[in-house]
Write a new protein. Structure first.
Length: 286
């Protein structure tokens, strides 16, 4: 028997990267899958997933012998997510696990950031997680059961140079998770967060992120990988595979973590235990 036999999981941002890895890992353990993604890039400075990516995830789930509902949806819209959840419940009768995974990265300094950048990052990363919670919580409350899994980031623990919107959004998701654990625990609904470090996914491996990390949009994947090596303790770890996040999500979705709620679990090869370093020391005020 699979660890998720008879269960149904809803995953936002599931067209590629961590979201796809979670969908396929859950399907391989017996879960039917409801998955959604926005499937348009808009103003975000790197390519987001496409409808073809979303369908590839759905095909992978079905190839594992499980059912799949795949829909285009924008997590910034409660109506959009409510429609996906309703379609999934109509197809499978229940939702046991919800992964608020959709997220974007966009760098900008505090003083130069536009309101459009701030609103987009907060809207997708934080408001989207709240909308996901609202979409599934009434159903889980009625069933007196559920596991909510929030994708945060190691930036949910510490600050970041020139990406305050992203960092603020991830701190917010961590806070949202803690409130969900407190408010929904009486209904046997668990809420936990995963805090990944650098993951080898399309959000990380693109010209925009390469320029941010290495200083060159033309940097090779190998150079990016070498740069990230400074962020980890364990030998040989650089950018972690999306499967590392999916494995942790599986544990939170399964009965093996049935007594765990309100927890923040790092999947970062030790990144958050490294000593901090001032990359921009000044002897006099700027």
């Amino acid at each position: 028997m699979g660890r998720l036999d008879g269960r149904v999981a809803f995953i936002t941002g599931g067209a590629r990267g961590q979201g796809r890895a979670i969908a396929l890992r859950f399907a391989g353990e017996g879960a039917d899958i409801i998955v959604c993604d926005v499937c348009e890039t808009g103003p975000v400075p790197y390519p987001l997933a496409t409808e073809a990516d979303l369908q590839e995830t759905a095909e992978g789930v079905r190839a594992a012998g499980r059912g799949c509902v795949a829909a285009v949806a924008d997590v910034r819209s409660q109506e959009s997510l409510d429609a996906v959840v309703a379609e999934g419940i109509d197809a499978f009768g229940q939702i046991d696990v919800a992964c608020a995974n959709a997220g974007i990265f966009w760098s900008a300094s505090l003083c130069e950031m536009t309101e459009a950048v701030w609103d987009t990052v907060i809207g997708v990363n934080l408001t989207g997680a709240w909308h996901t919670t609202k979409a599934v919580a009434p159903h889980m409350i009625a069933r007196r059961s559920g596991s909510l899994i929030y994708t945060v980031s190691t930036n949910g623990w510490h600050g970041g140079y020139s990406y305050s919107a992203y960092t603020a959004s991830k701190h917010g998701v961590a806070g949202l998770m803690k409130c969900a654990a407190l408010e929904l625990g009486r209904y046997n609904i668990r809420a936990n967060a995963l805090l990944p470090g650098a993951v080898h996914s399309p959000m990380m491996v693109n010209a925009y992120s390469k320029e941010f990390v290495t200083g060159s949009a033309e940097a090779s994947d190998e150079r990016l990988d070498r740069q990230v090596r400074h962020n980890t303790i364990l030998p040989g770890r650089r950018m972690l595979p999306p499967s590392a996040v999916a494995d942790a999500a599986l544990w939170l979705a399964s009965d093996e973590s049935q007594h765990v709620t309100g927890a923040e679990i790092t999947v970062d090869a030790g990144h958050t235990r490294l000593p901090h370093y001032n990359w921009d020391p000044l002897d006099e005020p700027a």
